[in-house]
Design a protein around this ligand. Structure first.
Ligand SMILES: NC(=O)c1ccc[n+]([C@@H]2O[C@H](COP(=O)([O-])OP(=O)(O)OC[C@H]3O[C@@H](n4cnc5c(N)ncnc54)[C@H](OP(=O)(O)O)[C@@H]3O)[C@@H](O)[C@H]2O)c1
Length: 257
């Protein structure tokens, strides 16, 4: 039976992707820190599920995971978080939290992509879905580190995808770039969305469908596609001013509620 490994599967989109793939008949390996939650999810799934509790912000755990789990068909690098902090400004935000974010959002994704991609390329089959964000297209004052980590994921994934296309590999790396999605992301980041957010299930369905279609960049809605396009064609100063105001309005909205 085909098998998928999902990081960050204890809540939000990782959890919904697990349900979708299980409904499609995939066996699963679910990874996150909260073992209790993972086991609770396992009970509701119909296919074979292995639960692995690991803190993936620690590099040695990423290698441990690869050593433990081989022979997968799909890798979904979904684990990640953002941090707004009290004021948002880089001057004030916690260096410790930011380094932890870089370790999870960048280093872990990089390590797992590299290790499993080599196996996939040798077999000439397999899918990798890296979860970035619409934030990856912008530069994000007041959430500078998070935006930068997602830009890394977007650039890395698209570059690898081109290498695979040129070598005529059947393996593809897709990158998912959603805008706001209703998950536990906000609570963890200390934020509140002002814009209408997609449901986690909706977003996850779009991501999985795009991955199976071997789409390079998956952006859920027309509104988000327009935002990504504007980020690409507008002068950097305009993008910065717009991103700053979006973040400020989220902060002010957050303080009101
Ligand atoms: N929600 C949005 O609006 C949005 C928009 C664009 C992109 N994204 C991206 O989507 C991805 C999924 O986030 P989500 O929105 O579904 O948020 P979420 O509900 O907070 O899920 C995050 C997942 O990551 C796991 N995780 C966090 N730290 C970890 C660590 N050190 N080691 C292992 N697992 C860890 C969490 O599980 P444990 O706490 O159990 O470890 C959880 O399962 C993230 O990469 C996020 O940046 C979200």
């Amino acid at each position: 039976m085909a098998k998928a490994l999902i990081t960050g599967a204890s809540s939000g989109m990782g959890k919904d992707m697990a349900f979708i793939l299980s409904e499609m008949g995939y066996d699963l390996v679910l990874v996150a820190r909260d073992e209790k939650r993972l086991n609770f999810i396992k009970k509701s799934l119909k296919t074979k599920v292995e639960v692995i509790s690991l803190d993936l912000s620690k590099r040695e755990n990423c290698f441990k995971l690869y050593k433990k789990v081989r022979n997968i068909d799909i890798l979904i690098n979904n684990a990640g978080f953002g941090e707004f902090g009290e004021f948002g400004e880089f001057y004030y935000t916690s260096l410790k939290k930011e380094l932890n974010m870089i370790d999870l959002n960048i280093s872990c994704l990089h390590i797992l992509t590299k290790l499993y991609l080599r196996d996939f390329v040798r077999k000439n089959k397999g899918y990798i879905l890296n979860v970035a964000s619409l934030a990856g297209f912008g530069s994000g004052p007041l959430m500078a580190t998070y935006y930068a980590t997602k830009a890394y994921v977007l650039k890395l994934s698209t570059a690898i995808n081109e290498e695979l296309r040129v070598r005529r590999s059947k393996v593809r790396v897709s990158v998912f770039c959603p805008g706001p999605v209703n998950t536990e992301f906000n609570k963890r980041a200390g934020l509140e969305f002002k814009m209408k957010a997609l449901s986690s299930r909706e977003a996850s369905e779009i991501a999985i469908r795009g991955m199976f279609r071997k789409k390079m960049v998956i952006i859920p809605s027309l509104r988000e596609k327009i935002v990504a396009f504007l980020c690409k064609v507008s002068p950097l100063r305009i993008v910065l001013i717009a991103c700053y105001h979006i973040q400020v309005s989220k902060r002010d909205y957050c303080q009101k509620i």
